[in-house]
Write a protein that binds this ligand. Sequence first.
Ligand code: IPM
Ligand code: MG
Length: 399
Amino acid sequence: MTERREAIERAKAHFEELLVEQMDRVERMKAAEDWIDYSMIRPIVIGVVGGDGIGPYICAEAKRVLEHMLQAEVSAGKVEIRDVSGLTIEERARAMKAIPAGVLDELKRCHAILKGPLTTPKKGDPWPNLESANVAMRRELDLFANVRPVKVPSQGIDWIFFRENTEGAYILGSKGLNVTDEIAFDFTVTTTQGAERIVHLAFDHAKKNGVNRVTAVTKANVIKTSDGKFLEVARKVAKDYPEIDLDEWFIDIMAAKLVDPKRRTQFRVVVLPNLYGDIITDEAAEFQGGVGTAGSANIGKRYSMFEAIHGSAPRMVEEGRAQYADPSSMMRAAAMLLGHIGFVEKARRLEMALDLCGQYERKVVLTGRADGATGAKFADYVMETLQDPELEARWRSHQ
Ligand code: IPM
Ligand code: MG
C-alpha cells in the first residue's frame, strides 16, 4: 500500500470509531430519563471540588457561605455538603486520566457539585496533555446546558447565555487526528437531540421569564452542516413557542454588537453551540467586571455542576497572593446551585448580598493583592450582609 493509502485507511478507522461513539451517545440521549426532582431527594448531596491554583481558596469561601445558608437543612439531614478530593492536576497527571475513575464515582454520588477552576493542560505544559477535566465532567455527567447570566443593571444589560455543553467543537476536541505530518483534522458534531434539548431549555427560560425573543448564534453561513443543523433545530423548536421570536445572528457580528451600547441591551436570552458560547460568555462577563465576577451552571437531567468561568490563576499562587483572590464568581456559582436544587429564595438573597458587597456598597474591596481584602474577609462581609433583615430594602435602594 502506498503511504497515502495507509494514511487514509488509518483515518477511516479512526473516523469509524468516532461515529460509533456518537451514534451510541445519540441513543443514550434518546433514552434519557426525566429531570430529577430535588424535592423528592433526601439528603441532597452537594460535593465540593476545590480544584487547582486559586480554586481551593475561593471554593473554601463559597463553601463557608453555603454552609452558613444551609445550616438548618444540614442539621435536619435534608442536605449534605461534602468535599470531593482527587481532582487536582497533580492527581490527574498521576492517574493519566482527565478524571480518575474513583473520583468520577464520588462525583456520581453527588447531586450538585460546586467546583473550583481546574488546570487545563495544553501542548508544551509540564503536564501530560490530558483532556480538560471540565470537558470530561460535562460529558461524563451529561451536563448539556452551560447557563451563564451576565447583568449590569446600570447599563440595561440583562443577558443569559445557554451554551451547549456536550457537543460541538468540544466533544471530539481531544480526538482529532494528524492524518499525516502535514494534515491535522478536528471534528465538530451537532446532533438533533443535543441541539433540541439546549434550544428547548433556552426557550423555556424565556417563556418562564416573560422574554419574547431568543437569540440563536451560529456561523451557519460557513459551517454549513453542524452549525446549519443547530440553526435548523432552533427554527423548528421555535415553532413550539409562538409567543417568542427567534432572532438569528452570526457569531462574528454578535461579538461586535455586544460592544455596541445601543444594540447590546436588546439581547436577553442567547442560545449557542459550545465553542461560540465559550468565547462570547468571556466577552460578556467583561462588561460585568470581568470573568472573576461570573458564575456558571452546568446542568443535566440527573447531575449539575456549578463553577466560576475563569481559570485557576496559577500566577496568583506563585506570587503568594491566592488568599486575595476574589471568591465572588464561586459565590455566584453557589447561588445558582441553591436555586437549582430548589432553594430559590436563598439563591435570591445571596445574589442580592453579592450585588451589594461586590457592586453597590463595596465596604470590603478586593484588589487581588495585599493592598486589598482577603477572600475570607469578603466572605465574612457577605455573610454579615445576608444576616441583615433589611437586606432586600438595602438592595432595592440601588435599583
Ligand atoms: C469555560 C472554560 C473551559 C471551556 C476550559 C477550562 C476547558 O474556558 O468553562 O468556559 O473552554 O469550556
Ligand atoms: Mg471559557
